[in-house]
Design a protein around this ligand. Sequence first.
Ligand code: CA
Ligand code: CA
Length: 340
Amino acid sequence: MKKTIGLLAIIAVFAAPAAIADNVQGSGSQINPALKGKMVKVLGGTFVMGRTVADTPCFFYVESCDNELPAHPVTVSSFYLNSTEVTFKEFDYYTMMMGLPKVSSLDGGKVDLGRGNRPVVNVSWFDAVKYINWLNREKGWPKAYNERTGELIDAAGNPTRDVSRVIGYRLPTEAEWEYAARNRGQDIINTWGNGEPIVSGKPAANIADSQFKAFFNPEYLASRGLDPLPEGYTWEVDDGFSRLAPVGSFPPNELGLYDMSGSVWEWTNDAPRVYTEVPQVNPVGDASDSFRVMRGGSWDNGPGIHLVDRPSVTHDDIYNKGGATGFRLARSIRTSDINE
Ligand SMILES: [Ca+2]
Ligand SMILES: [Ca+2]
């Protein structure tokens, strides 16, 4: 495990106004009747990627969050990002059609997290890209990934680090994910801003809340040989969900994207890139590295997690089957899409 969020590892052991939204999924609903979210057009731009908010503390258990520094200018081209995380309903349709076993909906403590419109979890990075390749095939698009090497591939099947050469659905790059999660690169720590996780007087995200704290009480943790949660780890408010919530249960960000903070960690396309001061344009991680970055925190992280936090695990890892990592779809904008 590399530069990861220790807390997640610990928990995972046992818990284990869409002003610019364009529905370009179109016939996708005919391809996969379970498809729920819509693709939101995220207008490109240049932002400062990495930890930009001064004095932001590192998350609990993290030895260092130096991998979020130095903050540096990054230019991202316009792209589409799905408004929601991929759901169990969507993923179950795929496994049914492919004759694959259903993905477990249990957390590490064998508690059922629920299925349906809850985000799919217990999927490795390779599980996610195999789903994406299948979905692209159903759409009549080329595969986006080499399922053996983990490389992005262009329409001819050749490896590429240029996302604009990938025609169909793919995972968002880290830069795309962060840019979109921060409302096109604003100086915000989480989707709700820099204060309490509240929007319009209501909980802003599904994070580790008072219900979570009640379940993972010191006695329960001690019975599993684990230390109590650190003081301040959870949010002292009931957000309505001790574990998974249906996608879209909380307010979207300004771009119309739901659950960018909390709900489940989201696989990005990228292997970890070492940040430098050098400005980047559409950076993509080196796929030969077997680690992949996940973003956004989950139901088992409190409000101390940040959008810029970037833990990574290997691309075949289901993260200790902790029920806390899923993904969402992205797609480059192609000239032929302009009139869609
Ligand atoms: Ca919660
Ligand atoms: Ca999320």
